[in-house]
Structures are given as structure tokens and as C-alpha cells.
Design a binder for this molecule. Structure first.
Ligand code: GLC
Length: 427
């Protein structure tokens, strides 16, 4: 065999090496340049999803490699919960982040749908959050939800109307009825009191407050006692029925959620409203601007005022392939400046305690320090994995009692029995 030996000149050798080097670097660097940003999905109630837009815009600017895609859900908490639940039951959830009502955590964590966030958070940093909110985010002592915004049920009242009638804001259930009736009789208002009476999660939240004001309870997670058929519960239902029977609340109240009651109160013909703090900010752009106050819920003489702890926060789906990016989103939303801005723009109360005493915020909303006190003493709805079912039972029977298809006694007896059966509790 004859071997022909080519001698490559040194110059060409140099060019060849350079070329190979360039090709290799292009091959290595290209993916990094052309890599698509990671898209994270989260399902959020329609109303709030629009309000998130400014935060999302600024997040996208500072995090060009992450896109946050918000899928719109209905506004009722339990309907959003149903959608997340079906997504998880069908297999890998398409949602990387879970924007969670405080009452979903136990069920979602027990089902294994959520990533444990305990190690990601310095326990010292958690002390800046409302403690009930942190507690509500835990399951078996592990943290599954970072609080973002807090809700506390409050009573709104019309300062101008009470002044005209020479009356003070009510303290007890009876004061609320009497004051309402007096103002209605004087034609100062069409309705005395509006509250959430529709069959949905808001009904259960509102009822928790009336129940506490009567000295009753729903489910005691420690003793497993069920208080729904106790005399205090029946009295609490009777109070709500009385407001309808006496014409203090409109008959349609049994179909109202938060937004319907807010609009009615803002239209100017109602003296009292039970709602969350977001109404305080929104009502300042309504016909009743400057004419309302906010205070803790009324109660029975000698009993405590009841405030239900609501609120929303973030979890990460265990099935998400983008755990690191999802955590970056949570950290971004939870910065004090973002929570402050969000509160100023929307009226949704932050979950960081330090913001309740922030000078700019208190100057705009002087009720904040009092609200913090309310939030710290607020009561969680039963923190148990079966909460969605327990709440559904209460909603069904309460609704039957409020619309008059069952007596309060019969309705609450059945609600208690069904709850005990569900939780395997012997009477
Ligand atoms: C608010 C509260 C939430 C509650 C819901 C009921 O969104 O933050 O905790 O479950 O109202 O309608």
C-alpha cells in the first residue's frame, strides 16, 4: 500500500483548529441562548388574577427566564378548590404553583399534592407573619403554604346614618337588630344588615363568626367534639333567620356572596355589612365614601367577638418540574414592598405583621393596627384534611335552615350527625 503523506501547512492547521474551536463553542453556548423561558402555571380567582397583573409585569422584567401564566378560575373559593382537586386527581397537575385559601392546606398536604416548604424558610423570618396564617399553612408540623394576604371577617357600619339617629355602633346581636330596625323605621335605610347567605364557602366563614359570638363551636380538632347541634349553634342560626324574618336583611341575602353584599352596601341603602377588609378600600370609590367605619363582629353579652381567619397564600405542586423557579415566584410576591404595593392598589391586607404598623399604610388606613389585633385573635375554620366535606355539610344544612326548608333544630341536628359519620366519631 502506498501512503500519500500530505503535509498541511502550519497556517491552515491554525485556521482548522480555530474553526473547530468556534464550532464547539457555538454548539455548547447556543442552547443557553435559545433556551425558552420556563413557564409556570397557577390557577387564580378571576377577580384577583387581574389585580395581579402589575406584580406579574414587574416579575417578568426582573426574571426574564420565568413566565408566570395565570389561568382564571371562578371567584368562589370552593369552586377553585374543586378545579385544583380534579387537576390533581387526573394525574400530574398542570399547575406548578397553588394559590391556596387557608382552608385547603390540610387536604392538599395530606393527599401528597404539595411540596414541603419547611426547609426553604428560615423560622425566624416566619415570625413576621400572622401566626394563625402560618399555623393554617402547616400539616403535621411541616409548612406547605407561604401566606401572602390575610383576611379577617369584620362588621362595617354607616357612620353618617348612626349619627343622624343618635346611635352608637352595636356591640351585641340584639343591638344590631334594634339599631337596624330603628334606622329602617326612620326611613334612613332600606336594609339593616347584609351578610353572605349563599350556599358556598363564604357562608361557612361567616357562620363561624356568629357561632363564636354565641359561645359555640363547629369542630374541635383536638377533642373531636362536634358542636353543630349544641344550643349555641341553634341560637346562631335563629339569629340569622331572624334578620330575614324581621326584614332587616333582604330575602335575597340567601343568594349573596361577598361581592353582592359589597355592592348593596356601597349603593348606600344598608346600615351594616359583614365582609372582609378589602371592602374598606373599594368602598372609598363609591357613593358612601367617607361615611363608613369598621369594627369587630357583634356577640352575645359576656361572649367574645368572632373573627374568621381567611386569606390566601402559595404552595408548590409536588409534581412541578420547576420547583426552583416556583420558589422564586413565591419569594418575589412575598417581599414587603410588593405586599405593600398590592395592598395600596387593591385593599387586600398583607400577611406580614410589620406592614400593619407601616407609617404610609396606617396614614391611609387607620384601622390597620386594630385589624392586626383582630387577625391575631381570629379563629381558623377546622384545620382538618376533611375540611372541604365538613364545610359542604354545614353549607347544605345551614342553607336549608336559612331558606326555611328545615327548622334550625332539625337542620343542625342532621348537620352534626353527618359530620360525625364522616369523621367516624361516635356520639
Ligand atoms: C375569602 C377568604 C377565604 C374564604 C373565602 C370565602 O376569600 O380569604 O379564606 O374561604 O373568602 O368566600
Amino acid at each position: 500500500m502506498i501512503f500519500v503523506k500530505f503535509k498541511i501547512p502550519l497556517f491552515y492547521k491554525f485556521i482548522l483548529t480555530l474553526l473547530i474551536g468556534v464550532i464547539i463553542s457555538i454548539l455548547m453556548i447556543k442552547p443557553a441562548f435559545t433556551q425558552q423561558p420556563v413557564t409556570l402555571k397557577v390557577l387564580v380567582q378571576a377577580l384577583e388574577s387581574t389585580q395581579w397583573q402589575p406584580i406579574i409585569n414587574s416579575f417578568h422584567q426582573t426574571h426574564p427566564k420565568i413566565r408566570l401564566e395565570v389561568v382564571k378560575a371562578p371567584n368562589n373559593s370552593n369552586l377553585v378548590e374543586d378545579l385544583y382537586t380534579s387537576a390533581y386527581l387526573l394525574g400530574d397537575s398542570p399547575y406548578d404553583l397553588v394559590y391556596m385559601d387557608v382552608v385547603w392546606v390540610q387536604k392538599f398536604a395530606a393527599a401528597g399534592w404539595l411540596e414541603d416548604l419547611t426547609k426553604k424558610v428560615d423560622p425566624q423570618k416566619l415570625t413576621d407573619y400572622i401566626q394563625g396564617d402560618v399555623q393554617g399553612g402547616k400539616y403535621q408540623n411541616k409548612l406547605y403554604r407561604m401566606p401572602f394576604r390575610t383576611d379577617v371577617g369584620m362588621l362595617y357600619y354607616r357612620t353618617d346614618l348612626l349619627e343622624k339617629a343618635g346611635l352608637k355602633p352595636p356591640k351585641t346581636f340584639q343591638d344590631l337588630l334594634t339599631t337596624s330596625q330603628t334606622l329602617q323605621d326612620q326611613n334612613l335605610a332600606q336594609w339593616g344588615y347584609v351578610w353572605q347567605g349563599k350556599q358556598y364557602e363564604g357562608l361557612a366563614a361567616m357562620f363561624t363568626e356568629i357561632l363564636q359570638g354565641y359561645g359555640g363551636f363547629w369542630v374541635n380538632p383536638e377533642t373531636q367534639a362536634i358542636g353543630l347541634d349544641a344550643p349555641e349553634s341553634i341560637e346562631a342560626v335563629k339569629f340569622l333567620r331572624q334578620t330575614i324574618k324581621q326584614g332587616i336583611s333582604p330575602p335575597g341575602v340567601t343568594t349573596y356572596a361577598e361581592e353582592e353584599t359589597r355592592r348593596l352596601f356601597e349603593s348606600g341603602n344598608t346600615v351594616f355589612l359583614r365582609n372582609w377588609p378589602y371592602v374598606y378600600a373599594l368602598a372609598s370609590n363609591s357613593p358612601i365614601a367617607g361615611k363608613y367605619g369598621i369594627q369587630p363582629m357583634v356577640h352575645l353579652p359576656g361572649k367574645q367577638s368572632g373573627a374568621c381567619l381567611g386569606g390566601w397564600g402559595f404552595g408548590i405542586s409536588k409534581s412541578s418540574k420547576h420547583q426552583r423557579e416556583a420558589w422564586q415566584v413565591i419569594q418575589y410576591f412575598n417581599q414587603p414592598d410588593i405586599q405593600r404595593q398590592y395592598f395600596l392598589e387593591t385593599g387586600y391586607v398583607p400577611s406580614r405583621k410589620s406592614l400593619f404598623t407601616d407609617d404610609t399604610l396606617v396614614a391611609k388606613y387607620n384601622y390597620l393596627p386594630a385589624l392586626l389585633q383582630g387577625a391575631e385573635n381570629a379563629v381558623l375554620r377546622p384545620p382538618i384534611p376533611q375540611y372541604a366535606q365538613v364545610s359542604d355539610i354545614l353549607q347544605r344544612y345551614l342553607s336549608a335552615a336559612l331558606t326555611g326548608s328545615k327548622t334550625p333544630e332539625a337542620a343542625m341536628k342532621e348537620a352534626a350527625r353527618e359530620t360525625r359519620t364522616l369523621l367516624n366519631i361516635n356520639e
